[in-house]
Design a binder for this molecule. Structure first.
Ligand SMILES: Nc1ncnc2c1ncn2[C@@H]1O[C@H](COP(=O)(O)OS(=O)(=O)O)[C@@H](OP(=O)(O)O)[C@H]1O
Ligand SMILES: [Mg+2]
Length: 400
């Protein structure tokens, strides 16, 4: 099957062990565990009925500003804007600038609340003398973005302010309290290629994702399948947002009225379209191909960088998203929290390869089984079956 890729148009394109053991129940430890468990259940119930309108408004504002900063950098990306992290993955001034901006805005919006941010970047490499020029460039990008988007009342950030804002992202997250979760640029390689990327921001409350915002500056406003980059009527730049129990909405980053979106209602796998990572190193294209073949999917994959895949699926551009990283790779919560929320509130299902729900309460990592699969309610049984069979086949072929 040939793959199609979605390119950017402008450049190129409980702890409730319910314990029925009487011995354990008479243990004082049981009572404290039971009490802790009840407190947690009450907090979770409260979270489920809460409105996060203020947090959502702040998250949209922060993601919008970050998108503006990233757009400016992507338009004229310089070689000096790119650095290599200790794990050899690339990071750009836009990744740092986006994280500093989002961190700064969120903390400013909620001054009386404890602030916790779990985010991808840290400032260690920027604190070295030889990267001083890069730090100055990031500071200017942040201050210019604030000033040119009507926030002139804010005093410009210093270099130290920028470093501090980035380092607020070092929280470990976890099952208690509220934590913002941020990928300042998801799909940095796509961003560098001039293709798809996303600013992905979510809020965890008592271990559950309660809101998600995805800014996808290069995602077509209509559909990735009908988009024609030579047609000037076909615009790009989508902002998705979702709040627990309130559905998923999409608007243009430039500010069109939001519209509610829903995942595709397709029940026939033959007509289904599937998404996977652009980078083969991030997800096994061979395994995805085996899985969809078993389901009877006829269309080639749409390969796209970043959580823009979750956004496209949430509005029905395609039906299936498969992600199978190499063994041992640990998925980070910021690579999925916002996208998960956008798809779940649009009626889709996101699980690991064994069908377990994703657990965002374990800290910075997801620690899930094998991979991530996403589709609508109707197609999930067929997809799960094909995944189980394909994983078995792959395991036996590796043994022989
Ligand atoms: N080896 C490996 N395996 C799996 N995943 C990896 C791997 N390395 C990186 N990453 C993470 O993938 C994020 C990019 O998202 P995608 O894989 O969906 O996009 S892409 O097509 O690969 O660009 C990417 O997000 P960013 O780092 O924000 O770009 C990484 O978190
Ligand atoms: Mg990133």
């Amino acid at each position: 099957m040939g793959a199609s890729t979605v390119r950017a148009p402008l450049t190129r394109g409980v702890f409730s062990i319910y314990c029925s053991y009487p011995r354990l129940k008479s243990n004082p430890l049981y009572f404290s565990v039971s009490l802790a468990s009840s407190v947690q259940q009450v907090r979770r119930a409260a979270a489920a009925s809460m409105s996060y309108d203020k947090q959502l408004a702040a998250a949209k504002k922060a993601a919008f500003l970050a998108a503006r900063l990233c757009q400016k950098v992507q338009k004229a990306l310089l070689q000096s804007d790119i650095q290599s992290k200790s794990d050899k993955s690339p990071v750009t001034v836009a990744d740092y600038g986006s994280q500093a901006l989002v961190s700064f805005i969120l903390e400013k919006e909620f001054p009386s609340m404890p602030f916790s941010l779990v985010a991808e970047e840290d400032s260690e490499d920027l604190r070295r003398e030889e990267t001083r020029g890069t730090l100055v460039r990031i500071k200017e990008l942040v201050n210019d973005t604030l000033a040119s988007n009507g926030m002139n009342d804010i005093s410009p950030l210093s270099e130290e302010d920028v470093l501090d804002a980035i380092d607020r992202g070092k929280s470990e997250g976890g099952p208690h309290g509220q934590h913002w979760v941020l990928d300042p640029i998801d799909g940095t390689k796509g961003f560098m290629r001039g293709d798809q990327y996303a600013i992905a921001l979510a809020l965890l409350d008592e271990g559950k994702v309660v809101l998600g915002v995805l800014a996808c500056p290069n995602l077509p406003l209509t559909s990735v399948t009908s988009y024609d980059r030579h047609n000037s009527q076909d615009k790009v730049g989508c902002l998705y947002f979702a709040q627990l129990g309130a559905g998923t909405f999409m608007q243009s980053i430039d500010g069109s009225p939001p519209r509610k979106v829903h995942v595709s209602a397709t029940t026939n796998p033959e007509g289904a379209l599937f998404f996977e990572s652009f980078e083969a190193a991030h997800s096994s294209h061979d395994l995805s191909s085996l899985i969809v073949k078993k389901m009877g999917v006829k269309t080639p994959p749409v390969r796209m960088d970043s959580q823009a895949k979750y956004g496209a699926l949430s509005r029905g551009d395609g039906e299936i998203y498969l992600r199978f990283p190499r063994e041992g790779y640990r998925e980070k919560i910021w690579d999925h929290a916002a996208g998960y929320m956008v798809v779940a509130e649009a009626g889709g299902i996101v699980t690991d390869a064994a069908g377990n729900p994703l657990n965002f309460s374990r800290g910075r990592y997801l620690d899930l089984d094998t991979g991530i699969i996403v589709t609508n309610q109707k197609l999930m049984p067929a997809l799960s079956k094909a995944v189980v069979e394909s994983l078995k086949e792959r395991a036996s072929s590796l043994q022989s």
